[in-house]
Ligand binder design. Sequence first.
Ligand SMILES: [Zn+2]
Length: 119
Amino acid sequence: MSAQPQRCFSCDRELEQLYVCVPEGEHPDEYLIAEAVWVSPLDRQIGFCGRCYQRQLFVGLKPEEIVALHWSFGRCDADDSRQTIEKKIGRLLLAVEGLPCGEVYCALAYAYEPVRQRL
Ligand SMILES: [Zn+2]
């Protein structure tokens, strides 16, 4: 088992930031990593930031790895807003399409749970 990558596979920014320097006049989003995931569906570990995911900067990734990213970024937390959950469900549906396995279906079922409760 290799160590977790320290940097985003796509943009090469550091994923675990202790502090962030945002140059004056620059947009914080360019520097601040709000979301990061690590996946390793194949034999390599990949770290990926939320910004690259949203921009779909998947160059160099294998299809299995992209599916794993959809799944990782689609997993819901109990305190996610309804809007966030709906966005995540879209990602999980992409993951199911690429990899119809139990783990992905579970994440999807979990995502739908709070939506149903609030209807
Ligand atoms: Zn990135």
